[in-house]
Design a protein around this ligand. Sequence first.
Ligand SMILES: N=c1c2ncn([C@@H]3O[C@H](COP(=O)(O)OP(=O)(O)OP(=O)(O)O)[C@@H](O)[C@H]3O)c2ncn1[C@@H]1O[C@H](COP(=O)(O)O)[C@@H](O)[C@H]1O
Length: 117
Amino acid sequence: MSGDDTADSTVLDRLYETVDSRRGQDPATSYTAKLFSRGTAKIAQKLGEEAVEAVIEAMRGDKRKLSEESADLLYHLMVLWADAGIKPAEVYAILAAREGISGIAEKEQRKHTSGGN
Ligand SMILES: N=c1c2ncn([C@@H]3O[C@H](COP(=O)(O)OP(=O)(O)OP(=O)(O)O)[C@@H](O)[C@H]3O)c2ncn1[C@@H]1O[C@H](COP(=O)(O)O)[C@@H](O)[C@H]1O
């Protein structure tokens, strides 16, 4: 955590609030507003591109570039959440509910409850 972060406000929460406040703003002065104006498919496409760029840097082993691409990826994920009307707290709640549950145990349980998917 940076010095500015508290239990109630992380850099991601603040980024989300900034992103969400750009709805309906001028696309000429805000990149986020420009993304919103281009629609969900474009936002999703940008997220996919940033994910691929992060994967490429991971495979290259360039930690600094992977960190930068990760920041781009998280920014575009915040735009996608805002576009979809999802609040960070909703995602945090899902993560919190999973705390302490092994991914392997969860997958085993899913096999028994959803026919193996
Ligand atoms: N964190 C970010 C952030 N990360 C990346 N980017 C932008 O994301 C873009 C990604 O680069 P690309 O080359 O893939 O995009 P592009 O070629 O311009 O776009 P396309 O033509 O492909 O659509 C760049 O223009 C980056 O500046 C961001 N833009 C904004 N933010 C945050 O959002 C806030 C609000 O920004 P504005 O909406 O621009 O005011 C800023 O203060 C920052 O905190």
